[in-house]
Design a protein around this ligand. Structure first.
Ligand SMILES: Nc1nc2c(c(=O)[nH]1)N[C@H]1C(S)=C(S)[C@@H](COP(=O)(O)OP(=O)(O)OC[C@H]3O[C@@H](n4cnc5c(=O)[nH]c(N)nc54)[C@H](O)[C@@H]3O)O[C@H]1N2
Ligand SMILES: Nc1nc2c(c(=O)[nH]1)N[C@H]1C(S)=C(S)[C@@H](COP(=O)(O)OP(=O)(O)OC[C@H]3O[C@@H](n4cnc5c(=O)[nH]c(N)nc54)[C@H](O)[C@@H]3O)O[C@H]1N2
Ligand code: SF4
Ligand SMILES: [Mo]
Length: 825
């Protein structure tokens, strides 16, 4: 294992696609110390808030410890042998009885490449169905389609340093400051060093990213194709095309330009003024080195693939690709979103950037895996997979490292689908997630710091995640569990791995077959000879890897003007603006946009364990423009119901002009484990991009209304509380326990009694009142028993409660503290 001084072990961050190098050191106290790896070319020692807090999240709170069979309210712990036998039996039976396509895997960009490779090999190669899809469908699928259409391959051509060497960075639908923070820090530093470096942000919201922007284009939701079609026309009209590059290295320009020029009413479609458009177009056309970064504002749209191609068209038309400081740059979300695309764990690709529609590829992979039942056709993409499940067509599903009850659109439908599926297996690190609640069998997985393997970041750089801590209970590596099941299904010869390094070498060899002359972009020939030690000590490698890189290299694709299409030329793709699928009407006059907050990760199973991370955004919120708030009679900090025909969710209102009058914005993180009812996905309509299958998460017509409660409460408790009886509640991790914010229709005194009873019920022993302060209007009471210590405070109105005082009292329950904490009504 690569160790540096004093027991520090090099690994890679658990979170975003920047893929920062981390050094971690277990302390004798059981804590994990974490710092940035100065030698890692992603971050050169820097970390963001989430990276810094990694040590807080390796605690064992809430971990799933044993394979567990669930039968209604009864559960039974199983041995690994019986659990994997059960999975093997159920999948085998389903295939025998209902055919190969009656089974499915739904996997995730949070798996390691080795896990991904084995899952894909088992489903496509041996179960013989391509029904394996990844949550990358929700994330990167439109970029994959755009890349393949334009380049003939799913290739991200650039390096991170291009951001620093560019003269213009355009960020389209990317809140880089919060979602790729270390990359943002690098861009901000580059801008400080080079005042000529300009930044343009294209986002309906004025995000934190706009703090470094020279120009913010507050585009109307879904207006991106029109924006870039307008740019293409402008480039032609102003003689800013690279005609040599177009002639030598591309096809389809004239047709694409014609369609772009026919794009009418660009101002109206983008919601931008002529002057704003011209300023941006002029900047793009007059700047030689331009990087266009794009993310979920582009991908998560019913026009996602077309948005991607409208951007790629502009880079191809100006030859701004394959050069230092230039290129289109799809930043990836999850730590191993790229690894999934590489190993092929998406339903519509084979593996290792080989495709179903290529007969030669099919043969190569069949021979390599020595199988005669390799799937012949693409399988079901995520949304279709759950639709098929709801229709009873999927008899067994295995969900790994993703939480679809929270993250897929139309939560009610997802629940119905899982209800309808006779055998649901969920592999997760955490015992209680909304998805594990739906499982028949849950399997404990090793988490970050316990698992070992590789991940690929946004600039195609492969880094090792290393084991630094032992795993709790019986948690196992996902690749091991999948291999056990494969063996029990009778495919032992192909899944007899004993170490993750063997899997990596096999995968590296697969990338080289039929690829001797640069036929495909993805080639790891330089890593096929790694022995155990080489794998163990592997330093970051950027693909393609011709030979082992002893120092970090920087390679750009397409520098030679050669693309991966049959004739080697890039393709322009003619695209036209289409309105997003669902439109506002009087019952649903506002648009719900959804995305991320700075300090939480997805469904909070990890960031929800850190008190430090919990404080930045303590509650689910909805951002509403001041004029909209006034129109709907919403006061600051009101709880607001956001609703449409699919359902209703609750969030605390933030009034701010960072959103437009027509939009409201909600973060995606809270769900019924951490709040009453605050998942935007309950409202998201499952409209998808036809080409990519990616859902339109950023454009859902909704209505809103404030809710007034009669009383509010705060509870800090050592234990998790069951709060479903209250109209609104949210849980936040604090040091040593949990803070609950509660809103109720009860009178304050009744709420006090009810919370007292709740605290009593939760504790096994009868609690005594340690101290009590305040009168009838405000009370604060501390309870102690062997099992539970809690502090409760109630009030008539939310904003009279002081959580800091309460948390302080929780940590030092002396009565004098409580005395001073009486809050005046
Ligand atoms: N803190 C944090 N960081 C993360 C994650 C996390 O959960 N928390 N998740 C990771 C993952 S998996 C991903 S995929 C990335 C996502 O990273 P980002 O894509 O940067 O994040 P989002 O907040 O989903 O959306 C980006 C922006 O798109 C804008 N947008 C909405 N509609 C449109 C539109 O029509 N056009 C344009 N141009 N913009 C629009 C939104 O207002 C939003 O600000 O973040 C990664 N990093
Ligand atoms: N409304 C709306 N919805 C969205 C989005 C949006 O912008 N708006 N964004 C979408 C995007 S881009 C994404 S990427 C998804 C993310 O959505 P999900 O993938 O559903 O979110 P996570 O919380 O990351 O789920 C990962 C789960 O895997 C577990 N886990 C972590 N590591 C491991 C491991 O090594 N092995 C196993 N077996 N389990 C592990 C975690 O405990 C957690 O329960 O959400 C999508 N949904
Ligand atoms: S930028 Fe991303 S990879 Fe880097 S420390 Fe932050 S979350 Fe981790
Ligand atoms: Mo994502």
């Amino acid at each position: 294992m690569t160790q540096v001084n004093d027991g520090w072990i090099k690994t890679t961050c658990a979170y975003c696609g920047v893929g920062c190098g981390v050094e971690a050191r277990p302390l004798s106290s059981g804590k994990l110390e974490v710092r940035g790896d100065k030698s890692h070319p992603s971050n050169y020692g820097k970390l963001c808030t989430k990276g810094i807090a990694l040590g807080d999240t390796v605690i064992h709170d809430g971990r799933l410890l044993h394979p567990t069979l669930k039968m209604g309210s009864r559960t039974e712990a199983l041995s690994w042998d019986s659990a994997t036998q059960l999975v093997a039996d159920k999948f085998t039976q389903a295939i025998e009885q209902y055919g190969r396509d009656s089974v499915a895997f739904y996997v995730s960009g949070q798996l390691l490449t080795e896990d991904y490779y084995v899952a894909n090999k088992l489903m496509k190669g041996f179960m013989g169905s391509a029904n394996i899809d990844s949550n990358s469908r929700l994330c990167m699928a439109s970029s994959v389609v755009g890349h393949k259409r334009a380049f003939g391959s799913d290739t991200v051509p650039v390096c991170y340093s291009d951001l620093e060497q560019a003269e213009l960075v355009v960020l389209v639908g990317s809140n880089l400051a919060w979602c790729h923070p270390v990359l943002f820090q690098r861009l901000r530093a580059a801008k400080q060093d080079n005042p000529n470096l300009k930044v343009v942000v294209v986002d309906p919201r004025e995000t934190e990213t706009c703090n470094i922007a020279d120009m913010h284009l507050s585009i109307a939701s879904g207006g991106d194709v029109a924006l870039f079609n307008g740019l293409l026309s402008y480039l032609e009209e102003n003689e800013a095309l690279d005609t040599d590059f177009i002639a030598a290295h591309t096809n389809g320009f004239n047709e694409t330009l014609k369609v772009a020029k026919s794009e009418a009413s660009i101002e109206q479609k983008t919601g931008l003024s002529r002057c704003q458009l011209d300023d941006f177009y002029q900047l793009f056309s007059q700047t030689e080195k331009v990087v266009t970064v794009y993310s979920q504002g582009v991908n998560q749209s019913s026009q996602g693939s077309d948005k991607v191609n409208s951007i790629l068209n502009c880079h191809l038309a100006t030859g701004k690709i394959g050069k230092v400081g230039s290129g289109p740059f799809s930043v990836t979300g999850q730590p191993n979103a790229m690894g999934g695309r590489e190993t092929g764990a998406l339903a519509n690709t084979l593996t290792a950037h080989m495709e179903f529609d290529n007969v030669e590829h099919h043969q190569l992979v069949s021979d390599f895996w020595q199988t005669d039942c390799l799937a012949r056709q693409p399988g079901l993409k995520a949304i279709d997979m759950f639709d098929a499940m709801a229709e009873g067509k999927i008899k067994a599903v295995w969900i790994m490292a993703t939480n679809p009850m929270v993250s897929l659109p139309d939560s009610k439908k997802i629940k119905a689908a899982l209800d309808a599926c006779p055998f649901v297996v969920v592999s997760d690190c955490i015992a209680d997630t909304e998805t594990s609640r739906m499982a028949d069998l849950v399997l404990p997985a090793q988490g970050w710091s316990e698992k070992s393997g590789t991940v690929t970041n946004s600039e195609r750089r492969i880094s090792r995640q290393r084991r630094v801590l032992p795993s709790p209970g019986q948690a196992k590596a996902d690749w091991w569990v999948i291999s056990q099941v494969a063996q029990k299904m009778g495919f032992g010869h192909a899944f007899d791995y004993i170490h993750e390094g063997e899997i990596f070498s096999e995968y590296a060899r697969l990338t080289t077959i039929g690829n001797a002359h640069g036929e495909r972009d993805l080639n790891l020939i330089g890593l096929t000879q790694l022995d155990d030690r080489g794998y163990s000590e592997l330093t970051p490698q950027q693909w393609p890897v011709q030979s082992m890189q002893s120092q970090p290299v920087e390679q750009r694709f397409f520098s030679d003007g050669r693309f991966f299409t049959p004739d080697g030329k890039a393709r322009f793709v003619a695209v036209k603006h289409n309105d997003p699928r669902s439109q506002c009407k009087s019952a649903v006059p506002l648009l719900l946009n959804s995305g991320r907050t700075r300090d939480h990760w997805h469904t909070m199973t990890r960031t929800g364990l850190s008190a430090q991370l919990g404080s930045h955004a303590p509650e689910p919120y909805v951002t509403v423009h001041p004029a909209t708030a006034e129109r709907y009679q919403i006061q600051p900090d009101d709880v607001v119901a956001i609703c449409n025909s699919q359902g209703e969710v609750l969030a605390r209102c933030r009034i701010s002009d960072e959103v437009s009058r027509q939009q409201v914005f909600m973060p995606i993180h809270w769900n019924s484990v951490t709040a009453k009812n605050s998942k935007p996905c309950s409202l998201i309509i499952p409209n998808t991009d036809i080409a990519s299958g990616q859902p339109e998460f950023k454009h859902t017509p909704v209505n809103i209304r404030p809710i007034r409660f009669n009383s509010s409460g705060l509870v800090v408790s050592k234990q998790v509380l069951e709060c479903s009886a209250y109209e609104y509640w949210v849980r936040q991790k604090v040091e040593g326990g949990y803070l609950y914010r509660i809103e109720s229709m009860l009178t304050q005194s009744k709420l006090s009694l009810s919370l007292q009873a709740l605290v009593d019920r939760t504790s096994a022993t009868r609690l005594s009142v340690l101290s009590q302060s305040g009168g009838a209007a405000d009370t604060m009471t501390a309870y102690a028993g062997e099992a539970l210590f809690a502090v409760v405070s109630t009030c008539q109105s939310h904003n009279k409660l002081d959580e800091e005082v309460l948390i302080e009292a929780f940590h030092s329950p002396e009565s004098h503290l409580l005395e001073s904490a009486v809050i005046s009504a």
